[in-house]
Design a protein around this ligand. Structure first.
Ligand SMILES: Nc1ncnc2c1ncn2[C@@H]1O[C@H](COP(=O)(O)OP(=O)(O)O)[C@@H](O)[C@H]1O
Ligand SMILES: [Mg+2]
Length: 234
């Protein structure tokens, strides 16, 4: 068996008549952290949504742990061990912190993550467990969104712009928790605007430009010149 854990081949995605992804090829190894960067509108969220089964009428192939998940429903894909921390967090506003976390655990996949271990990762959430999620700061809400994804004990976790709109100190706090999250054989895809952060947390990086992979490389050897060219196409 190869080490390839996720293999995406020739992936297209559309919103009505608008094509958002063109023939994307990508792979993620077991335990690997891959960063996806690119300008606003490049297709990063669409890529994560496609992998999660949230884009109807896509074409191409997505293999996850040797299963072809293209065409499966989002809930079927989640059951196989794939979790998304969506852009904008999308918590259930009328529910408490703890209720949001419990919803994440409804799949009852076995693994290290439960209320106790999520609270150990983000102690502030234990203090706020009975607060409505809307009463939390942006950073705390992001912790709930991450905790909710972890509660499913995923094998692949995808983070969409987790630092967007947060203060640097909070971003630091969240990023320092990530190695604990992916240190247990879990693979990750991290979509991040902050290029230095993206490169420091990942082993490989893909840059999307207008729905296409414009660049792929090792995070420690890729050059700034190559990245700016892939970002802006200049
Ligand atoms: N719900 C939608 N309906 C129509 N077009 C969309 C929708 N969501 C995103 N798009 C378009 O698809 C392209 C890719 O968007 P997106 O994946 O959100 O980019 P990114 O996450 O890289 O900023 C953009 O041109 C965006 O305007
Ligand atoms: Mg996005």
């Amino acid at each position: 068996m190869s080490d390839e854990f996720v293999t995406i081949t020739n992936l297209d995605a559309h919103y009505g008549d608008f094509q958002a992804l063109y023939g994307v090829d990508m792979h993620i190894d077991r335990g690997e952290v891959v960063a996806v960067i690119g300008a606003n509108g490049a297709g990063k969220s669409t890529l994560l949504r496609s992998i999660s089964g949230l884009m109807p009428n896509g074409s191409g192939q997505i293999k996850f742990k040797d299963a072809d998940i293209s065409g499966l429903r989002a809930d079927e894909i989640a059951h196989l061990g794939l979790a998304l921390v969506p852009e904008g967090r999308q918590l259930f506003p009328s529910l408490s912190v703890e209720e949001n976390l419990i919803i994440g655990g409804r799949l009852q996949r076995p693994g290290p993550w439960n209320l106790e271990s999520v609270y150990a990762l983000f102690p502030i959430l234990a203090e706020r467990r009975n607060s409505p999620s809307t009463a939390l700061s942006g950073g705390q809400q992001q912790m709930v969104a991450i905790g909710r994804a972890l509660m499913a004990n995923p094998d692949l976790i995808m983070f969409d712009e987790i630092s967007l709109g947060l203060a640097p100190i909070v971003i630091g706090e969240i990023y320092s928790a990530i190695p604990d999250v992916i240190g247990q054989g879990v693979s990750a895809i991290i979509v991040e605007q902050d290029i230095s952060k993206a490169l420091s947390i990942s082993s490989r990086v893909y840059c999307l430009q207008e729905g296409r992979v414009a660049l792929e490389g090792n995070s420690d050897t890729i050059t700034r010149e190559a990245i700016s060219q892939a970002y802006f196409g200049v």
